[in-house]
Design a protein around this ligand. Structure first.
Ligand SMILES: Nc1nc2c(c(=O)[nH]1)N[C@H]1C(S)=C(S)[C@@H](COP(=O)(O)OP(=O)(O)OC[C@H]3O[C@@H](n4cnc5c(N)ncnc54)[C@H](O)[C@@H]3O)O[C@H]1N2
Ligand code: MOO
Length: 392
C-alpha cells in the first residue's frame, strides 16, 4: 500500500490544466483567471474629494473666509483653477480642482451667499484622494481564483472580460445493486444512494460541472453501459465496488476498458481500496463505497484533481493546526482521518475526535467540521498537544 502523499502525487499526475475561455466579468465568480489582468486607467483617475464640503485655496484657519466660485459633484468636474481666497462647493467623488489645498467638510463651514467662514474645529486631513491612490494604469492583478472582491477590482480597472480555465466536467457513477435514488421506494434489502450527492456538491465547490450518471448495477454489462455515458467527461469518479468482494467489479471493468492503473489501495483509513488511473485518455478516480470513505477520499484526492485541472498552483489540501481537548490512542499502520470537531478556544483552535469512527456513519460526518489527521504509527496523544486537521 502506498502513502496518502504518494497517492496524491500520482492522482495529480493524471490531470493537466484544461484550456482557457474568455468570460464577461458577471460570469467569472469562482473561476480561475489564468492570465494577469492589467489596469487600463488610474483609480481614482483624478484627485477626488473624499467628503461633501468646500475645496479651498489658502490656509484653513479658524474663522478664515473664502469666496465660493463654483461647484463640482461626482461626474461633473469644475474646469477652473482656484486662486488664493477662493473656494469651490464640492461633493464626495468629484474631481478636486487645480489649485485646491484641501477640502473642508461642510459641517465645519457656515455659508452666507457666496461667502463661507470656517469653524474652529477643522481637523487635520486634506480629504483628498490622490489620483492613482488605489492603482495606476498598467498595474496588474495576478492569476487567481476570482472572489467577489476581485471582480469589483477588475471592473474598476476597466477590464470587462477575463481569461479563465474551462470548468472540468466530472461524471459521478454510483455502483451497487442495493442502491436507489432518494424519493424512490427501496426494497427491504436496499438503501438510498447518498454519496453521489456529497461528492457532486464537493466537486462543484471545487469548480467543476457535475453529471450524476444512472446508478450502475453490479454487473459487467451495466458498468460498461454507464462508463460509456462518461466518455466525454474530464474526470470520471466511481463510487463503490472497489474492494475485493465477488461483486466489486469496478476495477475489473475499468481494466477491461483499457484503464492504465496508477495505484490501487493506500495506507489510509477510511479509504483503503481507493484506485486511480487513465481510462482511454480520461483520468478516473475509483472511490470506496462506504459513505465516509468516499467523502474523505473526495476531499483528499478528487477536489485537488479538480483544482489542478483549473490550473490552480497549490491544489493540495491545506492542513491546519489545533490543540487537542481530548486524548487520542496510538494510531496503527494507516493514516487515519478522524471525524472531528474544531472550534475557537482562548489559545486558538481546539479539536476533539468524535466518538464513533465507523466509516458508514453519515450522522457523525455531518456533525464533524474537520478531519483530524493521525499519521502512520503516531503514538498516543495527550490533551493540549497540537495535531493537524483538514477543515471540511
Ligand atoms: N475482505 C475485505 N473486505 C473489505 C475490505 C477489505 O480490505 N477486505 N475493505 C473494506 C473497506 S476499507 C471499504 S472502504 C469497503 C469498500 O468497499 P467497496 O468500495 O467495494 O464498496 P461497496 O462494497 O460497494 O460498498 C460499501 C458500503 O457502502 C455502501 N455504499 C456504496 N455506494 C454507496 C452510495 N453511493 N451511497 C450510499 N452508500 C453506498 C454499500 O451499500 C456498502 O454498505 O470494503 C470493505 N470490505
Ligand atoms: O475505506 Mo474503508 O472505510 O477503510 O472502511
Amino acid at each position: 500500500m502506498i502513502s496518502v502523499d504518494e497517492a496524491l502525487a500520482l492522482s495529480l499526475g493524471l490531470v493537466r490544466p484544461l484550456e482557457a475561455e474568455t468570460l464577461p466579468l458577471a460570469q467569472a465568480a469562482g473561476r480561475y483567471m489564468v492570465q494577469p489582468a492589467t489596469a487600463r486607467r488610474d483609480q481614482p483617475p483624478f484627485a477626488a474629494s473624499a467628503m461633501d464640503g468646500y475645496a479651498i485655496r489658502g490656509p484653513a484657519l479658524p474663522a478664515a473666509q473664502f469666496d465660493v466660485v463654483g461647484e463640482a459633484s461626482a461626474g461633473h468636474a469644475w474646469a477652473g483653477t482656484l486662486t488664493n481666497g477662493q473656494a469651490l462647493r464640492i461633493f464626495t467623488g468629484a474631481p478636486v480642482p487645480a489649485g485646491a489645498d484641501q477640502v473642508v467638510i461642510q459641517e465645519n463651514v457656515t455659508r452666507d451667499g457666496d461667502r463661507i467662514t470656517l469653524g474652529s474645529d477643522l481637523g487635520t486631513g486634506r480629504n483628498i484622494r490622490p489620483q492613482g491612490a488605489d492603482f495606476k494604469a498598467g498595474d496588474s492583478l495576478s492569476a487567481r481564483l476570482l472572489r467577489a472582491t476581485d471582480l469589483a477590482l477588475l471592473a474598476s480597472m476597466n477590464v470587462a472580460a477575463v481569461c479563465v480555465t474551462r470548468r472540468p466536467v466530472v461524471a459521478i457513477i454510483a455502483t451497487g445493486d442495493e442502491l436507489v435514488m432518494p424519493g424512490e421506494t427501496p426494497r427491504p434489502d436496499q438503501i438510498i444512494a447518498s454519496n453521489s450527492f456529497a461528492l457532486a456538491a464537493m466537486a462543484q465547490h471545487a469548480g467543476a460541472i457535475t453529471r450524476m450518471l444512472p446508478i450502475a448495477r453490479d454487473t459487467e454489462a451495466s458498468l460498461h453501459a454507464v462508463f460509456a455515458l462518461a466518455q466525454d467527461a474530464d474526470l470520471i469518479v466511481t463510487i463503490g465496488g472497489a474492494s475485493v468482494g465477488d461483486h466489486d467489479l469496478v476495477g475489473k471493468v475499468a481494466a477491461d476498458l483499457g484503464m492504465k492503473r496508477a495505484f490501487y489501495k493506500i495506507a489510509m483509513r477510511p479509504g483503503k481500496p481507493l484506485m486511480a488511473g487513465m481510462l482511454n485518455g480520461t483520468p478516473m478516480l475509483g472511490l470506496p463505497g462506504n459513505p465516509i470513505s468516499s467523502v474523505v477520499c473526495g476531499h483528499l484526492f478528487m477536489m485537488p484533481m479538480i483544482r489542478a485541472m483549473q490550473g490552480m498552483p497549490a491544489p493540495t489540501p491545506i492542513l491546519q493546526h489545533a490543540r487537542l481537548t481530548a486524548p487520542l490512542d496510538a494510531n496503527g499502520n494507516r493514516a487515519h482521518y478522524m471525524r472531528a470537531e474544531v472550534q475557537h478556544g482562548p489559545q486558538g483552535p481546539e479539536i476533539r475526535s468524535l466518538d464513533n469512527q465507523d466509516s458508514a456513519l453519515l450522522t457523525v460526518l455531518s456533525a464533524a467540521n474537520a478531519l483530524l489527521l493521525r499519521p502512520i504509527g503516531d503514538g498516543p496523544r495527550a490533551i493540549g498537544e497540537m495535531v493537524e486537521y483538514l477543515a471540511i
